[in-house]
Write a protein that binds this ligand. Structure first.
Ligand SMILES: Nc1nc2c(ncn2[C@@H]2O[C@H](COP(=O)(O)OP(=O)(O)O)[C@@H](O)[C@H]2O)c(=O)[nH]1
Ligand SMILES: [Mg+2]
Length: 370
């Protein structure tokens, strides 16, 4: 899997990946939460932009803008393929069609509850003879799918007066937290917002180096204290520093963790609690990142993390490629937590504000003509 924080040495014969800068962190003495601002300067990574280079040289080209990009990236998903196959056979409008739709939805990870809600609605409307043919039923399914997602389509809005508006990204390992931070950072910078990142994944030295290297290349300030530093202290210091500079957005990375890792789950609670000392609204957004390929397991992940910290938004990544797509409906039906963004590729342009219509249309046959 290509990771755009890393690059291959051009001289390397093998495929070994080498970090842009050595993954060795010199532990820095933490000045403590009460230290004066100047004392924090020592823990602030330099923000001098390094020569521009393509962080995404190994990634596929960005998806086309607008709706067509969604379709292009989601057409291979399980849900798009099974529903596409079903309707391309010109099915008859009968109970068998409903059962086939039910199977397609369940197989695509839509989940039992959401599937039952959808199919029951179609069945009762079919009973009332509302549909002239299978295509009319498909149009109704489209409406129902969009209606299920509409309540969670609440884009993240940055309160410009917060300074800094604090976003903490959370989620299990490998779901795309750091990648999403890079994409968000690019988005905010393009919007002209000042930005700072906190390297709160102190569990692995490479994770800190990953964020630092990216920050240096892109001229974004990264607060880091190296491996094994107290993640809550890193976040606290980053806030203090961002506040003193009038930075508009602060995004804190965190270590991936499983619900079984009690220590790490407690640490997450501490990060949020410690940030809360800066004000009742801080952090402003707790953004949980979900890997779209994990299926129904995503539900237990959100449940477990929500029990620890108030999750205010979701990002579903990796909807391109092998994702079945259905888990988005299951999440919407189960939690009603706003889905802020969808990851449909590895490039910055491939983080899209979640758009229910574009998403649903990408999963349904194009013949619907929407
Ligand atoms: N195809 C695809 N890959 C993604 C997406 N988001 C993240 N990834 C990849 O997922 C892998 C893990 O990402 P990373 O950000 O390191 O995960 P973290 O452990 O949660 O920080 C990397 O190889 C990323 O390139 C996405 O939307 N689509
Ligand atoms: Mg990470």
């Amino acid at each position: 899997m290509v990771n755009w924080f890393w690059r291959k040495k051009p001289t390397d014969g093998d495929a070994a990946e080498t970090p842009v800068q050595p993954a060795v962190d010199t532990p820095v003495q933490h000045p403590g939460p009460d230290a004066p601002i100047e004392a924090l300067a020592s823990v602030i990574a330099p923000a001098t932009p390094m020569p521009a280079k393509d962080d995404y040289a190994d990634a596929a080209p960005a998806a086309a803008p607008g709706k067509s990009g969604w379709r292009e990236r989601l057409k291979g998903s399980g849900m798009a393929r099974s529903l596409g196959g079903l309707f391309s056979r010109n099915p008859k409008l009968d109970e068998e069609l409903l059962e086939e739709i039910e199977t397609a939805l369940l197989t695509a990870d839509v989940g039992v509850k959401a599937t039952t809600t959808l199919v029951d609605d179609l069945r009762s409307r079919m009973g009332r003879r509302e549909f002239a043919d299978a295509n009319a039923l498909l149009a109704a399914l489209r409406e129902d799918l969009i209606a299920m997602l509409r309540p969670v389509a609440q884009p993240l809005s940055i309160d410009g007066t917060a300074k800094p508006f604090v976003i903490v990204t959370i989620g299990v390992n490998g779901v795309g937290k750091t990648t999403t931070i890079g994409k968000l950072a690019r988005k905010f910078r393009d919007d002209g917002r000042s930005l700072m990142l906190a390297a709160g994944d102190t569990f692995r030295a490479a994770a800190v180096a990953q964020l630092q290297a990216w920050g240096e290349r892109n001229g974004v300030q990264v607060i880091a204290q190296g491996q094994d530093a107290d993640a809550a202290a890193v976040a606290f210091d980053a806030y203090t520093s961002a506040k003193s500079r009038g930075t508009e957005v602060l995004i804190a990375d965190t270590a991936g963790r499983l619900h079984t890792q009690t220590g790490l789950m407690d640490e997450l609670g501490k990060i949020v609690r410690v940030l809360g000392k800066h004000g009742p609204d801080v952090p402003h957004e707790i953004l949980m990142v979900i890997d779209g390929t994990t299926g129904q397991n995503a539900i237990s992940q959100v449940r477990t993390f929500s029990a620890k910290v108030p999750v205010t938004g979701l990002v579903v990544t990796k909807l391109d490629g092998t994702a079945k797509g259905g888990v988005v409906f299951a999440l919407a039906r189960e939690f009603g937590i706003p889905i802020r963004f969808a990851g449909i590729g590895e490039r910055p342009e491939d983080l899209r504000v979640f758009d229910p219509e574009a998403f649903v249309d990408a999963l349904l046959p194009a013949s619907l003509g929407q």
